[in-house]
Design a protein around this ligand. Structure first.
Ligand SMILES: [Zn+2]
Length: 220
């Protein structure tokens, strides 16, 4: 056993299991949402419709009609989930890649603080070198001190960096705690790692929990 601590593989496994639980709600939610919208169901006929509609608005900045536009989401785009070929295929594709990444143990690596400082020039809970290059996630000792929900949110966030080449771009990589998160454009939001993590939480937990790590936030 090494005397120098790294990110803890056991904590990462626990975080992956929780991330899987959240992800399990995503496909049924999108299918149910598409069905409900196509059949013009009301909120009382489709109990989860409002929740999923809000998750699409809050994180991917997609709304069902222009009457849903508010000053809080000035760059939201109107879409029809049944016919949309621009946004939903990207979102569904990225969620599928997320599951593949979680299942690939070679993408989960554990490093010391010294290694992270040398490679990433900073101490993060976890990081990926370069976006969309298939490089592994590095987990540092800092990860071990975050709460279990925060750790699961980090696993989802970092996994998007593994496969999405736009995920680290300035206008895309906006924290779910940032004041400009709500005004992100749809085109950028569908590549934002924080949006995938937060959307999965909301459709799974039925609340906009945003367990991710942020300024002063180590999570629960
Ligand atoms: Zn990131």
């Amino acid at each position: 056993m090494s005397a120098t601590p790294t990110g803890d593989p056991k904590l990462v496994e626990r975080a992956k299991a929780r991330a899987h639980q959240w992800l399990a709600a995503v496909d049924p939610s999108i299918q149910g949402f598409t069905f409900s919208v196509s059949h013009h169901l009301t909120y009382s006929e489709a109990p989860n419709l409002k929740l999923i509609e809000e998750a699409f608005r809050n994180h991917f900045k997609l709304i069902l009609d222009s009457s849903k536009a508010t000053t809080d989401y000035p760059n939201a785009t109107v879409f029809d989930p049944k016919t949309d070929t621009q946004f939903l295929p990207v979102i569904k594709g990225n969620f599928a890649k997320l599951k593949k990444t979680l299942a690939d143990t070679s993408k989960f690596t554990f490093v010391t603080a010294a290694f992270a400082l040398d490679e990433a020039k900073g101490l993060f809970a976890a990081y990926v070198m370069g976006a969309g290059l298939g490089n592994p996630i590095r987990f540092t000792p800092d990860f071990n001190t975050c709460g279990p929900n925060c750790q699961a949110a980090i696993v989802l966030h970092e996994s998007v960096h593994v496969f999405d080449s736009r995920s680290n771009d300035g206008p895309v990589h906006i924290s779910e705690f940032d004041a400009t998160y709500n005004s992100q454009t749809t085109d950028n939001a569908i590549h934002n790692p924080s949006a995938y993590s937060a959307f999965a939480q909301q459709v799974s937990l039925h609340r906009d929990t945003r367990f991710g790590q942020g300024p002063g936030k180590r999570g629960i």
